[in-house]
Design a protein around this ligand. Structure first.
Ligand SMILES: Cc1cc2nc3c(=O)[nH]c(=O)nc-3n(C[C@H](O)[C@H](O)[C@H](O)COP(=O)(O)OP(=O)(O)OC[C@H]3O[C@@H](n4cnc5c(N)ncnc54)[C@H](O)[C@@H]3O)c2cc1C
Length: 437
């Protein structure tokens, strides 16, 4: 599998061979790919949620936009995630934001996350493409008494946000999710949404085409050069000049063409399996409902949901390197985690298994900013970008257009550089080993 830390450049069609459940059943709207033009006002690199939303916003404002991807549209995580629209990023909680930035900013950050879900909903509502957007609960399931106490402390803080949190006691959980092998209670957070992530790419693609965005798939950008006040981008099949370049690669950023940026994020594999459809009896016995998205509180979390066709989707951390991703032990480890979580689903194996590169920021906080004159980026979603990457793409476009962004930490500084970027892999390997031990 393509590995951003070992490949100097992203290969064309790097997603070939990824056998995701979503790719097996979800077609994107048909469109005619544009040939690479010689120049454009704005070039967006990366056609995931970030790049598509940035392109839509700028094209709707009348800008000439070319959207380029190394693979097909949605070749990265955007077509292969779990489809949880989370009211936050994966790692930091309201109390973390409160500690770092104070109470008012923490409330404003939480409000921005709520806005990101509203943004996705508005885009879906304004589209003919259907994407199974469901109203759900987001259940944070405590895996230990210590984490239960922490979740209970967090509950009251939600009162200051656009979200509602209810504490579910161990008795509540035993009644509602009886199949779980462990139970220390949990937090029910609403509103939340679940979606077919690849179909959501289709929603955005349709908006982009309607707005006049020229989509150029299968063109890896392998070099970038400043040219006067503009930029020249090189692909294996030609070059393009641009006044503005938006880098929307998230975890798929190779060392080239922006080595200084690649040292500011850590690509990490996240993996998902999807089982056969569960019978109605099995679903009832486990307490699995399509309107629940569940995530435990482990440092290396597992997340799961029942899909509309009755299959169980179950995700967690992936391999350390792209080269080892296809080793059967990783799929077996995730299958074992399903058994450990729902022991009465004896012998349940996976029909689908795949992985994707998420982007981890040093301080677990994504950023939207301009690292160079005329270059803009948004990345570092730490595994939770379905909702926030969509809004961040729009914010990125607003930055290009000269609008002022909300005064929030994501929009006020650069991604911090990893102190010894060459040791990121070793650090990850050590971290995983410590969690196991
Ligand atoms: C297994 C898994 C499960 C996940 N589950 C969830 C979830 O349930 N909820 C949630 O909120 N988040 C989830 N995420 C994370 C979420 O999918 C991402 O945060 C989000 O999709 C990021 O969108 P993006 O557009 O920024 O990046 P991506 O969708 O990754 O797109 C980046 C694009 O850039 C292109 N690219 C990179 N470099 C170049 C170049 N040089 N030239 C041309 N093209 C280039 C790539 O081909 C790729 O298409 C999950 C991720 C994974 C891997």
């Amino acid at each position: 599998m393509y590995d951003p830390l070992t490949h100097n450049q992203i290969p064309r069609d790097h997603e070939r061979g990824v056998q995701s459940y979503w790719a097996s059943n979800t077609e994107l709207p048909a469109f005619d790919a544009s040939p690479l033009p010689g120049s454009a006002d704005v070039v967006v690199i990366g056609a995931g949620y970030t790049g598509l939303n940035a392109a839509i916003e700028l094209a709707q404002r009348g800008r000439e936009v070319v959207l380029i991807d190394a693979g097909g549209i949605g070749a990265g995580c955007s077509s292969r995630n779990a489809g949880f629209l989370l009211p936050g990023t994966g790692r930091l909680s309201f109390s973390d934001y409160q500690k770092s930035f104070g109470f008012d900013t923490a409330c404003a950050v939480q409000q921005e996350f709520a806005t990101s879900i509203t943004h996705v909903e508005a885009m879906v509502d304004a589209s003919d493409v259907s994407c199974d957007l469901l109203h759900t609960r987001y259940l944070r399931l405590a895996h230990s008494a210590k984490m239960a106490a922490q979740l209970q402390r967090q509950q009251s803080l939600y009162a200051h946000t656009a979200l509602t949190a209810h504490w579910l006691s161990p008795d509540d959980i035993a009644q509602q999710v009886p199949g779980l092998s462990w139970n220390h209670g949990g937090l029910e957070v609403t509103p939340a949404r679940a979606v077919n992530p690849r179909a959501l790419v289709g929603v955005y693609l349709q908006h982009a085409l309607n707005a006049g965005v020229r989509c150029v798939p299968h063109h890896p950008v392998v070099a970038w050069q400043k040219q006067g006040s503009g930029h020249q981008l090189t692909t294996p099949s030609g070059t393009i000049r641009a006044n503005h370049v938006l880098l929307c690669s998230n975890g798929y950023l190779a060392k080239s063409p922006f080595p200084q940026l690649s040292a500011r994020q850590m690509p990490v594999l996240s993996s998902i399996l999807v089982t056969r459809p569960l019978t109605q009896h099995e679903q009832n016995a486990q307490g699995l409902r399509i309107n629940d998205m569940m995530m435990d509180t482990r440092t290396l979390k597992y997340y799961y949901r029942l899909l509309p066709d009755g299959r169980l989707l179950f995700g967690g951390r992936g391999a350390v390197t792209g080269a080892s991703e296809s080793h059967p032990r990783h799929r077996a480890r995730l299958e074992a985690a399903v058994q450990a979580t729902f022991p009465s689903l004896q012998g349940l194996t996976s029909d689908f298994y795949w992985s994707g590169w998420i982007s981890v920021a040093l301080d677990s906080m994504p950023r939207v900013y301009s690292p160079e004159a005329g270059v803009y980026t948004s990345m570092g979603y730490c595994g939770a970008g379905v909702a926030f990457a969509s809004l961040a793409g729009k914010r990125l476009a607003q930055l290009v257009a000269g609008d002022s962004l909300p005064e929030l930490p994501f929009y006020q500084s650069a991604l911090p550089r990893f102190p010894l970027p060459q040791l990121r892999r070793l650090a990850l390997r050590t971290f995983y080993a410590l969690q196991r031990g």
